[in-house]
Design a protein around this ligand. Structure first.
Ligand code: NAG
Ligand code: NAG
Length: 375
């Protein structure tokens, strides 16, 4: 045994010795070239990868080669401008002033509530509504530092500079409804009342039971599960994820019709006016508009709606959520849970309604009257 072992050792070391010799003898020059080639390829790969994840610079309205400014705009504290559009009675004659916050992939022209209110309701209640292009959309400047809090402060400053007085109402639709949570958190003293219409949810809000978050998370299409995961965990990859063509990305950005309910499909013709302005929506760049929206909506929040206190403890105003029970974009289960846990919310669930119910006949009148008259 002893002999056999020593034989094996010596044989192995002999082979190792031979190999070492071969390497040092024969591969000096080729390994140098190969190494250089690998380094060059690697740098090229890094550069390509860097370019692929790096969004192009935004177009700023009014600068050379960028779209023109056609709407009135308000300049904010840091020099950014917000473009807006007024609806209803003149501001100075108004009894009720409302700011409308548009949803994902939309702009100031998508102020559905304002556009479908009946003239009688507008006159009787003296309603003025202003909609604005959220930062990065339409003719507003982008905000690379955008957060939920900055959006609320933008709205506060916009209202002050527009002269809306100490308090105003706020109505947000879809992702704009989610932004109303930020207003309730950061600028409650400025609000006369608030409406969240089918407000988008964040699956990572604290206080949501884990079984509920995972149930609604996995109800999403696979591509949207990945899009929201990327926005939450690796937001610096959101541009690449939604620009690459190997896997389908956000079905909202791709404007898939799979997310339309039966009622939504019936209501689609009422959105035909979008053809007049849809080109404006993402004109500053997809990253400034829809990608940044995803990162703020599904990113890490500083608070959860479930932690909010009643902004109107003496009933001087009211907060409403309107939600369809057949909404395939925003899960009704989460709104129910929030409404159960925040008893000061007036929760209105609509049977058979999808995500586009504000377009249904008479819906805007109902929503606005319940806000302004407590009906
Ligand atoms: C974004 O934040 C950075 C760092 O705070 C600041 O230098 C920059 O001016 C901000 N950009 C805008 C457009 O506000
Ligand atoms: C989550 O778990 C709780 C407690 O077990 C249960 O009452 C609730 O119905 C569950 N919710 C869902 C959406 O499964």
């Amino acid at each position: 045994m002893a002999i056999g072992t020593s034989k094996r050792i010596s044989a192995a070391s002999a082979r190792a010795h031979t190999r070492r010799n071969k390497k040092t003898n024969s591969s000096n020059l080729p390994s140098g070239l190969l190494g250089t080639a690998i380094i060059v390829l690697f740098i090229g790969f890094l550069f390509g990868a860097y370019q692929a994840i790096q969004p192009p610079p935004p177009k700023i309205c009014g600068t050379p080669g960028a779209p023109p400014i056609t709407a009135p705009r308000i300049k904010l504290r840091d020099g950014r401008n917000l473009a807006y559009k007024e609806h209803g009675v003149p501001k100075d004659a108004a009894k009720n002033k409302i700011i409308f916050v548009h949803g994902f992939d939309s702009c100031r022209h998508d102020a559905y509530i304002a556009k479908t209110l009946s003239p009688d309701v507008v006159e009787d209640l003296g309603i003025y509504i202003v909609s604005f292009d959220r930062p990065g959309y339409g003719e507003s400047d982008p905000d690379p530092n955008q957060t939920g809090r900055s959006l609320a402060l933008d709205i506060e400053e916009f209202a002050a500079k527009l002269g809306l007085g100490p308090k105003f109402y706020i109505i947000g639709y879809s992702l704009g409804g989610q932004i109303v949570w930020n207003c309730l958190k950061y600028i409650p003293d400025r609000l006369a009342g608030a409406v969240l219409i089918a407000p988008a949810v964040n699956y990572w809000w604290s206080g949501l039971p884990a079984n509920l978050s995972s149930e609604v998370f996995y109800q999403q299409k696979l591509q949207d599960q990945w899009t929201t995961r990327v926005a939450h965990y690796i937001p610096w990859l959101t541009y690449w994820w939604n620009s690459q063509r190997w896997f389908p990305a956000s079905s909202l950005i791709l404007q898939s019709t799979d997310l339309l309910s039966v009622q939504d499909k019936e209501l689609m013709p009422k959105r035909a006016d979008r053809n007049n302005h849809v080109a404006q929506v993402r004109q500053l760049g997809e990253h400034e508009s829809v990608h940044r929206d995803l990162n703020v909506a599904f990113g890490k929040w500083e608070f959860s709606p479930l932690d909010l206190q009643n902004p109107f403890p003496t009933n001087e105003g009211s907060v409403h959520i309107w939600q369809g029970d057949d909404d395939l974009i925003v899960p009704v289960q989460v709104q129910r849970y929030i409404a159960q846990n925040l008893p000061w919310i007036h929760y209105h669930e609509l049977q058979g309604a999808g995500h586009l119910f504000p377009h249904a006949d008479g819906m805007s009148d109902t929503i606005v009257k319940s806000l302004l008259q407590g009906k």
